[in-house]
Every structure is written in C-alpha cells, then in structure tokens.
Design a protein around this ligand. Structure first.
Ligand code: F6P
Length: 307
C-alpha cells in the first residue's frame, strides 16, 4: 500500500494538487486525522509493508449517520477527491460516501486475498504468497528430514487464491479452498499413494475459510484417514507483513499513478485495476456484484502437477 500512497502523493504534487493523507482509514475522516503530504512525507516507505497512513475497520463509518458525517467533514475541509486502497469493504464504503458527497471517489485494490473483480491482481497478494512460500519451504525441510505429513494453513477467509498459488509454487500434494468442494478421502488417498510410491513427505495447503474447517480441524480428520500423525502449521499474519515484492511495488505504483490521473480527468465511482497488463476502471458495483472466479485451469494445473 505504501508504494500506492507514494505514487498518489508524488504524481499528484507533480500535477499541482494539494494532497492530504488520512490516517486510520474511514475512521480517520470522522476523527479528522488529516495530514498535509509533501514529497518527503512519503520518503523511505516504498520498501515497508503495511501503510504509513495506518488503517482500521470503522463501525461508525458503516452507519448512515457516520457516512453522512464523513461527507460533511470532507465538504467543510474542501476536499475535492478521495482515493482509498482496500478490499470489498473499502469499495462499498466509497460507494456509500458518494451518495452524500460531491467529491470524486476512486478505489485501488489492496487485499492479500486477491478476490476483487476488476483487476488480475490486488496490491499485497504477491507479497503474501511469497511470504507463505518461503515459510512452506522451511516447514518442508522438517517434513523431509522426519518423513512427516504437514497440513499448512494460509490466509483466505472467503478466497482460495493464496492457497492455490502457494500450493502450485511450493509443490503441495493438495490444496483445500472454499471455492471448491473438499473431498478429504481423496486427499488422504493421494497422501497414502504418495507414501507407497516412496514420497518422503507430503503437505497440504489449506485456506483458513474452507467449508470443512481450518487446518487444525482438517489435521485431525486427515490423521485418522491417512493413519499417521498429520502435523499442523498455521502461518497467520506473517503473510501480511514484510518487504513488499517487486511485483507489488510496480503494481501499486502503476495503480496509484493511474488513480490520481483518472481522478484529475474527472473519473469517479470506480476502482482502478490492471487486466492483461492494461490499466482499467471498473464501477464499484461491478467489483462486488461479479465474482472473481478461480481459474479452472489453475486448479487442473495443481491437480496434474501433484499426481
Ligand atoms: O481480507 C484479507 C484477510 O487477510 C483474510 O484472508 C483474513 O481472513 C482476514 O483478512 C483477517 O482479517 P482480520 O485480521 O481483520 O481478522
């Protein structure tokens, strides 16, 4: 997110805008946590995870009164346009704000879940996947040394994108994701077959929001089905932090620059995104009315490579 903020600030200043940073997400509008940004305010943040502006989940902003109050504050403070980075909730927040505020609003996709329709990739996804892969590679060393089976949980409450990408890139035996039905007998059969073929270790990548349960639940079930102790490792928040990858820095810089230029050209009510390497705008409503499907060929690839 920092690379995106930096691009908005620096490109905006280059175009002659005055840029105000809002600390703490939507709650920051309600609390008037505004900071005038200059080129130096966004120095030395490009390589850092998270956001220099901090964020949060605001209950107050979600109420009609809260949204109206935010609109009043933005009007009184003579703000002309707002760019917010986030996921589905952020886009809904901008759409709600638009009902009561005349300023221009654009969103930039920032979620490690990569589940936003209107962009091939969202800011943070690539870094989260890389973080998870590096952790899985390390767990695998124990798996191979001790001949063990591991069930590894990655983030994704409603989305299996991280799990699928990690599964393919780290050589998992199977991935378990909320978008597809989970057949534990089949997964257990695969692990047993692998053992019979001489595989020294095995690991399954589980998205935290799978309908069969989290990794701890699945670990217990698979232990019974496989007939050997399946150890569980939950990767958790390490996936969300650390130095952003090259891919994320470029994507975020491109999206931030595009967002400020679109805003200055008069665009409003949409999310910026990148599809097939082209920068595009998608109206807010479409970002949540359409489902970003998991590509079937990626599932097939996972299956074929793990056979
Ligand atoms: O939306 C991104 C995400 O990382 C999900 O994968 C995860 O379940 C959730 O956020 C965790 O959010 P929180 O830290 O607020 O519980």
């Amino acid at each position: 997110m920092n690379a995106c903020i930096r691009a908005v600030v620096r490109i905006g200043l280059n175009r002659g805008c005055e840029i105000i940073g809002i600390h703490g997400g939507y709650q920051g509008i309600l609390d008037r946590k505004f900071e005038k940004m200059d080129s130096r305010t966004v120095s030395k943040i490009l390589h850092r995870g998270g956001t220099c502006l901090t964020t949060g989940r605001s209950k107050e902003f979600k109420t009609e009164e809260g949204t109206k109050k935010a609109a009043r504050i933005l009007t009184v403070d003579k703000i002309d346009g707002l760019i917010a980075i986030g996921g589905d909730g952020t886009m809904r927040g901008l759409a709600a704000l638009q009902k009561y505020w005349d300023g221009k609003v654009l969103g930039a996709p920032g979620t490690i879940d990569n589940d936003l329709y209107g962009t091939d990739f969202s800011i943070g996804f690539d870094t989260a996947v890389n973080n998870a892969i590096s952790a899985v590679d390390k767990i695998r060393d124990t798996g191979e040394a001790f001949s063990r089976v591991f069930i590894i949980e990655v983030m994704g409450r409603l989305s299996g994108s991280i799990a699928l990408h990690v599964g393919i890139s780290s050589g998992a035996s199977a991935v378990v994701i909320p978008e597809t039905p989970t057949d534990l007998d089949r997964i257990a059969g695969k692990i047993i077959k692998g053992r019979n073929l001489g595989k020294t270790s095995a690991f399954v990548i589980v998205a935290e929001g799978d309908e069969e349960g989290d990794a701890t639940t699945l670990g217990k079930k698979l232990t019974k089905l496989v007939g050997e102790n399946c150890r569980v490792s939950v990767l958790g928040y390490i996936q969300r932090g650390g130095n952003p990858s090259h891919f994320d820095r470029i994507l975020a810089s491109r999206l931030g620059a595009f967002a400020i230029d679109c805003l200055l050209a008069g665009s409003t009510g949409a999310m910026v995104g990148e599809i097939n390497r082209k920068l595009v705008l998608t109206p807010f409503e479409e970002t949540w009315k359409n489902v970003k499907e998991i590509e079937p060929w990626m599932l097939e690839l996972m299956e074929d490579l793990s056979s």
